[in-house]
Design a protein around this ligand. Sequence first.
Ligand code: ACM
Length: 552
Amino acid sequence: MNLKTTTRALAATLLLACAQGAAGADIIPLPSSMSQSESSFTFPARTTYKLPQFEGDSVAMVFNTLSGAIAKGAGSELVAGKEKADIELAVNPAMGPEAYALKVSPGGIVIEAARPAGFFYALQSLRQMLPVNPASPATIQAVEIEDSPRFGWRGFMLDEGRHIFGKDEVKKVLDMMAMYKLNRFHWHLTEDQGWRIEIKKYPKLTEVGATRGSKSLGWQAYEPDTVTYSGYYTQDDIREIVAYAKDRFIEVVPEIDIPGHTQAAVAAYPEILACDPENEHEVWLYQGVSRDVMNVANPAAVQMAKDIIDELIPLFPYSYIHLGGDECPTTKWEQNDACKALLAEIGSDNYRDLQLDFYRKLAKHIADKPQADHRKLIFWNEVLHGNTAMLPQDMTIMAWVGADKAALEAAQRGLTTILTPQIPYYINRKQNPSPTEPLSQGRGTETLEAVYNYVPMKDVPAELADKYMGVQANFWSEYVITPEFLEYLMMPRLAAVAEAGWTPQEKRDYSDFHKRIRTHEPIYQSLDWNYGRHAFAKEASDCCQKPQECDK
Ligand code: ACM
């Protein structure tokens, strides 16, 4: 489809819809196929719905998760109908697992999907078509959508090691992800500055490792403050979050970043983990890359990592565990006799291989478990600097630094990969160069437009395409202490990454996205989501008042 024509056609139908008072379909991520028409559907005061019988009550559960939002936007009460209903959900087994069809016509709304996830995404699209808080039953434009995602992995990573935001905020983040059809929550739970997950066999990980002597982290000219800062998730909390995410078709992927970024763990168990247990170790008060890494040549440290994995597996009942692997200085290994001896034993002169040998032992530990407990491993792309042949070849490389090149190298080695380029997908970085922007990383070049315009898989040879699992936005929290600031930086850039993950590249266009995102501001406001105001400089209603704006 020609984009310019589509944009003009969309603008024309939008004008028509505005004239009729019908809400248009400013859906994000843009559906893979959508046509709008001049007619519309008005919700009756009591809207009937009909749900298919499907694997117990799984479709009913999906409907229940979103029915409150839909009833509110429709300005109508939703009641179960018997024969012909205003909203009908029907199973179409021929569709893909996340695909859906959504047809709005003057006679009602019909949704088809093969799986509960498809119904969920159809209802999220419908919800985005509805006004916020209409005074009377809403009218929406007629539309026919057939939709399915470009990538299977559409992720968001939250670092709660540096700062922890708490269960309610994590649920809010999951709601934001769900609205934009993201399906992997990568939970970065351990850092030099804090260990945030209860491990029953090693209670000091949280008794000691979850507390530090500063709230703000020191960095360059900034000294750490002296405010005690503390927090972690119990295993019950984790189960609650995993269940909340599951209801929104989001798999939670835990990251235990080892053997680097482990100063908090080393401070908790120096006798097991430290390369130099004779020295003092504390949970780190600074930003950056600590040299206080685990001693991978100590069998007790390897055993501890295995024990931690044993507690992770039942908490996260999905295919993947992320073991980190980024920014692991080898300085202390190079000064440690046991590490030197182990390097000689494995026949390498590359200290990075000590890290890969450590992972090899952990992978073997997992492989020796019953099938149901098997997990595939994800690593940051620095792992490519070692001999990856010693690791299971079903691992995945998460490409962040020099991401395109690293992902290509992973694919050429036969490994799967996920694109999470530091620039521009680290959406904790400043989103605007204005001097009034709050302090965070970067110079403000990761604008909404820059994030949107990243092209995943640019120039990737066709024969390697199936190695690319998808895309992910990352959020590092060195500077980010409050939930408000987290949301401010996340939104709406999360929506830009979500569109890259879902919409075919040839249909992506920033000016069209920008027009659609502007209409999402009332949704954010109604849900009490904070957001960067940069993208919303013009009122959404300008579109109807000044129609020429629509065609820009
Ligand atoms: C990373 O940004 N250190 C993965």
